[in-house]
Design a protein around this ligand. Sequence first.
Ligand SMILES: *Cc1c(COP(=O)(O)O)cnc(C)c1O
Length: 418
Amino acid sequence: MLGTDCNTAKWDEAQRMETKPFTGSFTLQEPIGEEGISAAVKVMRSGRLHRYNTAGDELSETALLEREYAAYQGSRYCLACASGGYAMQIALRAAGLRPGEPVLTNGFTLAPVPGAIAGAGGRPVLVEITPDLVLDLADLEAKAGSGKARFLLLSNMRGHLVDMERLAALVDAHGLILVEDCAHTMGAAWRGKKSGNFGIAGCFSTQTYKHLNSGEGGFLTSDDPEFMARAVMLSGSYMLYGRHGAAPDPSVFAGIRLDTPNCSGRMDNLRAAILRPQLAVLEDSIERWNERYRIVEQKLRAVDAFHVPVRPPEERYVGSSIQFLIEGISKPEAHDFVAANKALGVELKWFGDDEPVAFTSNHKSWGYVEAQQLPKTDAILSGLFDMRIPLTFSSDDCAQIGEIIASCAKAMPLKGAA
Ligand SMILES: *Cc1c(COP(=O)(O)O)cnc(C)c1O
């Protein structure tokens, strides 16, 4: 809990402390490697940017990427598409969502998730979260019970995996159709099983701030042939589905190809060419993210006033961002805390603000979604801070950032921080 005597004098003191400001950029990703650049140039020289613009029997860069991602993911099928949000939209449609049907999802996630549900014609029903930032399974059970909803779009928000065995048991017990939003869990796993392989589909993003970077882009993975055939048709395959890299046999399309709408959202060969070399080193990138995460984490765990979400031993996470909670912090204090960090070059996002800022928003700012009461989630978000960890940060950068955040907490009258 915080005292009430947070005043500007305390902050002036913080500024005077000998904390060296951090000067790196929180939005700077690594450049595209030379291999990706050459592959992209080759595609441009060929003029064959459209995924179906192939010569003879050759497989396009997009088809090859699908094959490689399916192998990485351990899924039978993979569809490369325009974005992660688009992957979720067509996943819900291909899984049979009917207009106006409720779709359960996390009360804490980013705007593309309720957006995808709305885009697919569904109605988001928000489920509470826990202080470890995962779905509250008791609330899920209450809201899923007695056939109230058929669909769960599980958002593995900021890379935190809920106990996936308990979740799978609940999904079974209530006959839910599970679609996973893995925008932050590409490469993550629960007890060795990859995130995205627990339900009918996994949805991934290759947007610049995720684990692979093609500017925009996404993947949909599944083991279900008819589901995937519908998704491929929805993505805008025309009658060219035979040219995919990891799609069901053309015979599966026979029954659905004429009654599935084309909602164009394909990936192109230029993006695919950039992604293939990145996928080849994804495991190495994950290790590098986690080294950085652990350095910041260690500094933050040393501050008593912070709750850093617990990472269960069953979870293999990807530490591309870090979160912590300050229980009981007031709005003015949270604003001061963010400003003090900013003054020292550290960009924290705060999820408790009234106004959505940049990528950050909360359920109260999704005006197209029916207003819902989420007291537990609201209490958590009011003290939730979040920070990206780009791979352009060195280990020293991470240590310095952790120290700055801790020093800003010390400069506030936070219980246990002094
Ligand atoms: C980024 C993101 C997505 C989808 O991203 P696109 O920008 O549509 O590729 C989905 N869910 C979450 C939680 C995200 O952060």
